[in-house]
Design a protein around this ligand. Structure first.
Ligand code: AP5
Ligand code: MG
Ligand code: ZN
Length: 217
C-alpha cells in the first residue's frame, strides 16, 4: 500500500503517520524529517536545504524528488510506504507518478487532512519535536508524560526553527500557493480521501485507518 498524507503545515500529518506506520506495517518517508536530519549531520544536502527551510520556503523540486526516488527503491519500502510532506507541488506529483510508473507501482490513496488556519498557528507554535526520533508533541494538546522528554525514546524535545509565528505565516502562504492545487490534482485521479482534521487526534486516526481498511475513496 502506498499512501500520501497531504495537508497544510500543522495538519497532523506526522502525528497520524507515527500511528499508521505501526498499524499498517508501512515504511515512513517524511521529506521534512530527512532534510532536518541532513542539516543536523551537516551533509551537502543539508547545507543546500537549510536556507529554504529556515525561510519557510520549499526546497527545489529536483532535490526532493531525488531523495524520494532513492528512498522508494530501498528494500523496506517494497511492502508499502507512507509519504508525508511529499509531493508538495504539481511538478513533484508528476515526477512521483513517473517514478512509480517506472517501478510498476501506483499510489493507492491520498489522505488530505483539512484544518482551519487559526488552529494551525496554535498547533505549530506550541509544537515540540524529539531531537532523536522526530516524534511530535504539543505543549497543550499532546504533551509528553515528562516535560521536554520523548515518550518513545527518552530523547530531548525542542522547538523547530520554522515554528516561529512569522515563518509559520510564510509556510501557510507557500502551502496555499504551491501545495493546495494538489487537492484537485488527486481529485482528478479519484484517489483522494478528505478527512476533517479539526478534531481530536484519536478521532482523526480512527477515520483514516477505517478509510485505509475499507479502501474507500
Ligand atoms: P515538513 O517537516 O514536512 O513540515 P510541514 O509540511 O510544514 O508540516 P509539519 O511537520 O509542520 O506539520 P504536520 O502536518 O506534520 O503536523 P504535526 O503532526 O507535527 O517540512 C518542513 C520544510 O521542509 C518545508 O517548509 C520545506 O522547506 C521542506 N520540505 C519538506 N518537504 C518538502 C518537499 N516535498 N518539497 C520541498 N520542500 C520540502 O502536528 C503539528 C502540531 O499539532 C504538533 O504539536 C501536534 O502534537 C499537534 N496536533 C496534531 N494533531 C492534532 C489535533 N488533532 N489536535 C490538536 N493538536 C494536534
Ligand atoms: Mg510533519
Ligand atoms: Zn524520541
Amino acid at each position: 500500500m502506498l499512501i500520501v498524507l497531504l495537508g497544510p503545515p500543522g495538519a497532523g500529518k506526522g502525528t497520524q503517520a507515527e500511528r499508521l506506520v505501526k498499524q499498517f506495517h508501512l515504511s515512513y518517508i517524511a521529506t521534512g524529517d530527512i532534510l532536518r536530519a541532513a542539516i543536523k549531520s551537516g551533509t551537502a544536502l543539508g547545507q543546500e536545504a537549510r536556507g529554504y527551510m529556515e525561510r519557510g520556503q520549499l526546497v527545489p523540486d529536483e532535490i526532493v524528488v531525488g531523495i524520494v526516488r532513492e528512498r522508494l527503491s530501498d528494500p523496506d519500502c517494497a511492502g508499502g510506504a507512507i509519504l508525508d510532506g511529499f509531493p508538495r507541488t504539481v511538478a513533484q506529483a508528476n515526477s512521483l507518478d513517473r517514478v512509480l510508473g517506472d517501478m510498476g507501482k501506483k499510489l493507492d490513496r491520498v489522505i488530505y487532512i483539512e484544518v482551519e488556519e487559526e488552529e494551525l498557528v496554535t498547533r505549530l507554535t506550541g509544537r515540540r519535536v524529539c531531537r532523536d526520533c522526530a516524534a511530535n508533541y504539543h505543549i497543550k494538546f499532546n504533551p509528553p508524560k515528562v516535560r521536554n522528554v520523548c515518550d518513545q525514546c527518552g530523547g530531548e524535545l525542542y522547538q523547530r526553527e520554522d515554528d516561529s509565528l512569522s515563518t509559520v505565516q510564510e509556510r501557510l502562504q507557500v502551502y496555499r500557493e504551491q501545495t493546495a492545487p494538489l487537492i484537485d490534482y488527486y481529485r482528478g485521479q479519484g484517489i483522494i480521501v478528505v478527512i476533517d482534521g479539526n478534531r481530536e487526534i484519536d478521532e482523526i486516526y480512527a477515520e483514516i485507518s477505517a478509510a485505509l481498511e475499507t479502501g474507500s475513496a
